[in-house]
Write a protein that binds this ligand. Structure first.
Ligand code: 4AD
Ligand code: MG
Length: 401
């Protein structure tokens, strides 16, 4: 029997007289008996049954999960209501729960105030137009006749709060209407976001990203060793022991301009030719991470024209950049995106009115970042497809259950 608390099952030993016809794999049972030391090497304890009650029988012939079988992740994905009972999803969801607690502890222990940023919003923080509008069509808005959208990021609300509480964070669902079938995009994903006031250097933002990653990963490794081992044994053998090594070393930092030079000198050809001013594509990120030795790497100072309005102008040239940073990791690519924010009023004139107000009434240098929680789990566990690290995946043209 297994109650979901760990990968381990508890062996129940029963006299044949207790045998029930509907006692099959997958059924819900209540067993009473004596917990005794087990004579078997593989288990400490076993339960000597005195009574067995089948609370909910299971139709074994149509139950899609089979006993002692390692089902492929794509197979169990077809059963969103049952896959949490497979070993892999069970392990994943326990790890997800510990990582969630670890993220909250990390920020609370470091003096951050947790803010519930809204799900329904009127802003498009990233300005990429990837919004899900609330309502049936663009003409007919259903949020009490005002335009409203599902949030793409809590950043702008966090910036408001950072002006009062100095260090703030949020961790909730975010939504992107990206019509993407990729293995690293979801339409609904969880994002951890932090915002720090009195921050004048990207270095400070990178330090928080790195500390967050290392602290949460150490927590997961120590709290769920068996669950993590399952992934590193059966799903991503190359990942075994790698995380422990990565936790010991400082993450690498390269500039966007250096990254473009590395890509230009690469012996391989890319589908998208690397050029200063162009966005880094997945194939580029993959190559950069490989070039750096398959470790996490920060890329800093991106072209001004590539990034959203709120990023801080580096006032350099002729290659004009902003103080932006992305953290790239092996197998996944971009895990975190962040920046210093443009806190100087003249630089923001003719932009968003309330954003300008924030600069008029006690503006301070600040910055922050967001980390995709599913991409984090994907990376540490070596899971190929992002759909396998969230209980109920939503992606283009799919919303099962
Ligand atoms: O780089 P992004 O778009 O940054 C922001 O939204 C900032 N406003 C965050 C901030 O500074 N407070 O998204 C942040 C991270 C990405 O690095 C990626 O890990 C994840 O969110 N992400 C996605 N994860 C899954 N599916 C998607 N469609 C994602 N889009 C972004
Ligand atoms: Mg980004």
């Amino acid at each position: 029997i297994n109650d979901g608390s760990s990968l381990e099952s508890l062996q129940v030993v029963a006299d044949p007289s207790l045998e029930k016809r509907d006692l099959t794999f997958g059924s819900a049972v209540e067993v009473q008996g004596k917990l005794v030391k087990s004579p078997h090497r593989m288990q400490n304890m076993e339960l000597q049954a005195e009574t067995i009650r089948v609370v909910g029988p299971c139709d074994i012939w149509s139950f899609p999960l089979k006993m002692k079988e390692r089902h492929p992740l794509e197979y169990v994905r077809q059963f969103p209501h049952l896959r949490c009972r497979s070993n892999t999803l069970g392990a994943l969801l326990r790890i997800r729960s510990e990582a969630t607690a670890g993220i909250h502890s990390f920020f609370q222990d470091n003096g951050y105030v947790h803010i519930h940023t809204p799900i329904i919003t009127s802003n498009d923080c990233e300005g990429a137009g990837e919004l899900f509008q609330i309502g049936e069509s663009a003409e007919k808005t259903h949020f009490f006749s005002v335009p409203a959208f599902l949030t793409v990021s809590g950043q702008l609300h966090l910036e408001v709060m950072a002006g009062a509480f100095t260090h703030v964070f949020t961790f909730g669902p975010t939504f992107r209407a990206e019509n993407s079938q990729s293995r690293r995009h979801l339409a609904e994903f969880y994002m951890v976001e932090a915002e720090l006031s009195f921050t004048e250097s990207l270095q400070d933002i990178m330090q928080v990203m790195e500390d967050l990653f290392k602290t949460v990963t150490s927590t997961v490794l120590s709290k769920c060793p068996h669950d993590v081992e399952l992934f590193h044994k059966y799903i991503a053998p190359a990942q075994k022991g790698r995380l422990e090594q990565i936790l010991k070393h400082k993450f690498m930092i390269i500039s966007y301009s250096e990254a473009v030079e590395i890509l230009k000198q690469a012996p391989q050809t890319f589908t998208f030719k690397p050029e200063w001013g162009c966005d880094l594509q997945t194939e580029h990120e993959k190559y950069l991470v490989k070039h750096c030795g398959e470790v996490p790497v920060f890329v800093v100072n991106y072209p001004y024209d590539l990034k959203p309005f709120y990023m801080r102008d580096n006032e350099d040239g002729p290659q004009h950049t902003v103080a932006a940073v992305d953290l790239l990791v092996p197998g996944v690519g971009e895990l975190c995106g962040g920046s210093l924010r443009e806190e100087r009023l003249p630089f923001l004139k003719s932009r968003l009115q309330r954003y300008l107000d924030l600069r008029k009434f006690g503006s301070v240098p600040h910055g922050g970042f967001g980390m995709g929680f599913e991409r984090y789990l994907q990376y540490i566990l070596g899971v190929d497809n992002i759909k396998d690290v969230i209980p109920f995946p939503r992606f283009s043209h799919s919303c099962l259950l």
